[in-house]
Ligand binder design. Structure first.
Ligand code: TYM
Length: 329
C-alpha cells in the first residue's frame, strides 16, 4: 500500500479534519508507505496574504506532528516538490472541461460569480490528481467530501493510460473514514464543519482552549428531546446525530454504544460529557502543538527533509509521464 493524503493550508485545522482524515492518517502509519502533505499550492485558489500563507503552512505542519504523524511518514509541503505542478500541467491535457464542470466543490465555491473565480479553483481537482498520481498512491484516506475528486482522479488516470497506451498510473482507492465521514457544523446539522464557515462557533479548532471547547459544545444547536436507545432513531435529528457521531469517533466506540450509555438523558447531561471527552482527547494535541511552535524553524526543517524524499519518489513517475506524451526533457 502506498498511502497519500493532503490538506489545504487555508487556516486552522478543525475537528472535522481531525476525525475525518488526520486520525486515520496517524493510525495508518504502520500499514504502508505514507506520504502526507500540506497543499499550499491549492491554497492559492483562496484569499490569504503571503505572510498568512507562509505561517499557516508551518502551523498546520506542526498540528500534524502534534496529532501523531511521525518519522514513519513523509511529510512535506506541496510547493517544495515541483513534480506536482509539472504533472498537473500534463494531466490538464487529459482532464475534460465537462468533468471539472460537474465538481460540486467548484460549483459551491465559485457560486454565481464564475467569471470572477480564479482559474485555479476550476482546475483544482487536476492538481489534486497530480498530487496522488505523482506517487502512484494506491490508497487515499479522506473525508466524504473528497470522494468526487478521487473519482475524477481515477478517470484521469484511466484516460491517460488508455490514450497513451501505457500502464503508468494505478487507480487509487479512496478510504473514507467509517467513524466520521462527514462531521457537521455545530450550528447547522445540514452543513459540514468547515474552515470557511464565517461563524467560529460552528467548529472546534484544534487550537481552541478547554473553555472554548466546552462553550462551543454548550452552545451547539440541538433539540429538546432526550437521546433515544437506538442510533437509527436519530435519522431525522441531524444535530443530535452529529454530536453522538463526534462522541463515538472521539471515544473509538460505535454510535450505538454511545446511545446505549446515554439513552433517556437530555443534552443538559450529554453536552458536558462530550465536552469533557473532547478536552481529554484534544488538549494533549494542542499542548504538543504549542511546544512545537516554539521552534518554527525545526518544523520547517522537517518539511524540507520530507520534500527531498518526496521529490526523489515522484521523479521516475514524472519522467515516465513526460516520455509517454513525447516530451523530451
Ligand atoms: P481539506 O483541506 O478541505 O480537508 C482535509 C481533509 O479533511 C477532511 N474533512 C472532513 N472530514 C469529515 N468531516 C468534515 N466536516 C471535514 N472537513 C474536511 C477532508 O475530506 C480531507 O480529507 N482537496 C483536499 C486537499 C487535497 C488532497 C490532495 C487530499 C489536495 N490534494 C490529494 C487527498 C489527496 C481538501 O481541500 O481537503
Amino acid at each position: 500500500m502506498r498511502i497519500l493524503s493532503g490538506i489545504q493550508t487555508t487556516g486552522n485545522l478543525h475537528l472535522g479534519n481531525y476525525l475525518g482524515a488526520i486520525k486515520q492518517w496517524v493510525a495508518m502509519q504502520d500499514q504502508g508507505e505514507c506520504l502526507f502533505f500540506l497543499a499550499d499550492l491549492h491554497s492559492l485558489t483562496g484569499s490569504m496574504t503571503p505572510a498568512e500563507r507562509a505561517s499557516t503552512t508551518i502551523e498546520m505542519a506542526a498540528t500534524l506532528l502534534a496529532a501523531g504523524i511521525d518519522e514513519r511518514s513523509i511529510m512535506f509541503n506541496q510547493a517544495r516538490v515541483p513534480a506536482h505542478s509539472e504533472l498537473c500541467w500534463i494531466l490538464q491535457g487529459t482532464a475534460r472541461m465537462g468533468w471539472l464542470n460537474r465538481m460540486t466543490q467548484w460549483k459551491d465555491k465559485a457560486g454565481k460569480n464564475r467569471d470572477g473565480a480564479p482559474v485555479g479553483l476550476f482546475t483544482y481537482p487536476v492538481l489534486q490528481a497530480a498530487d496522488i498520481l505523482a506517487y502512484k498512491a494506491t490508497h487515499v484516506p479522506v473525508g466524504e467530501d473528497q470522494k468526487q475528486h478521487l473519482e475524477l482522479t481515477r478517470d484521469i488516470a484511466e484516460k491517460f493510460n488508455t490514450d497513451y497506451g501505457v500502464d503508468l498510473f494505478p487507480l487509487p482507492e479512496p478510504l473514507i473514514s467509517k467513524a466520521a465521514p462527514r462531521i457537521m457544523s455545530l450550528r447547522d446539522g445540514g452543513a459540514k464543519m468547515s474552515k470557511s464557515d464565517p461563524s467560529d462557533m460552528s467548529r472546534i479548532n484544534l487550537i481552541d482552549s478547554d473553555d472554548l471547547i466546552a462553550q462551543k459544545f454548550r452552545k451547539a444547536r440541538t433539540d429538546p428531546d432526550p437521546l433515544p436507545d437506538s442510533f437509527d432513531a436519530l435519522a431525522e435529528r441531524a444535530e443530535a446525530r452529529n454530536l453522538v457521531t463526534i462522541y463515538a469517533a472521539l471515544a473509538d466506540v460505535t454510535p450505538q454504544a454511545v446511545v446505549d450509555q446515554f439513552a433517556g438523558q437530555g443534552f443538559g447531561a450529554f453536552k458536558p460529557a462530550l465536552a469533557d471527552l473532547a478536552v481529554a482527547k484534544l488538549a494533549p494535541i494542542r499542548d504538543r502543538l504549542t511546544r512545537l511552535l516554539d521552534d518554527r524553524a525545526a518544523v520547517g526543517a522537517e518539511l524540507a527533509k520530507g520534500a527531498a524524499r518526496a521529490t526523489e519518489m515522484a521523479a521516475p513517475t514524472l519522467r515516465a509521464a513526460q516520455q509517454a506524451v513525447g516530451l523530451q526533457i
